[in-house]
Unconditional design. Structure first.
Length: 216
């Protein structure tokens, strides 16, 4: 039985969120391929994980026998998140751009699962696990655009997910999502619609491709 770890982080609910909508299309296609599979779902907007604290941080560097009760409790919460990542055969993350970066709730999840000597280091425990990130954004930050230098979502997640956790990273990027709601962007609506359609197609295709790869 295969397991998908699905994480949403958009503050917007349901279809109001492009990252949630595209991720839902990926998950639907995935479940069609794996009807008997398991899905671990975390909605970080509805149920945020604790932001990392000094207690939780230092617990990761202390021997179990030397941890205080507070450290042990805080570390147990981190271990739960780490084990969810480690047991996943694939990971799906909705990562909308909020103020040029990822939502703080997603950053909190990353801070908890990054543990030197386990998930990070010479042999990361989830190394090679495929992860698909739906990196939606209200404008466009693609190479050659005026705001190319403001792209801190893909750059950051590539450094963390691929460079540190060792995951096999792939992106789906629905862009210009503010065009239908911002009169100043009205001329960009056709580009938004094309990007949205492409994102849904990519989500379905990548889910099926990944399912076939894991089944092989």
């Amino acid at each position: 039985m295969v397991t998908l770890l699905h994480i949403d982080s958009s503050v917007l609910p349901g279809e109001a969120s492009s990252s949630r909508s595209v991720a839902a299309a990926f998950r639907e296609a995935w479940e069609e391929q794996h009807p008997e599979g398991a899905v671990i779902y975390r909605d970080l907007a509805a149920n945020p994980v604790p932001h990392i604290t000094a207690t939780a941080w230092t617990a990761g560097f202390a021997a179990p026998s030397e941890r205080t009760p507070e450290q042990s409790a805080a570390f147990a919460e981190r271990v739960k998140l780490i084990e969810e990542l480690e047991q996943a055969d694939a990971v799906l993350i909705g990562a909308p751009m909020h103020n040029f970066s990822i939502p703080s709730t997603l950053k909190a999840w990353l801070d908890n699962v990054l543990l030197l000597g386990r998930t990070a280091g010479e042999t990361p425990s989830a190394q090679g696990t495929p992860v698909v990130v739906v990196a939606s954004r209200g404008g466009s930050y693609a190479p050659g655009t005026p705001r190319e230098g403001y792209e801190f979502v893909q750059n950051y997640l590539e450094a963390v997910l691929k460079g540190t956790l060792g995951l096999d990273l792939d992106f789906i990027v629905p862009e210009l999502t503010m065009a239908p709601r911002n009169p100043a962007m009205s001329e960009l609506v056709p580009l938004y619609e094309a990007s949205r359609e492409r994102a849904f197609e990519d989500a379905t295709a990548k889910a099926k491709e990944l399912a076939e790869r894991l089944a092989a």
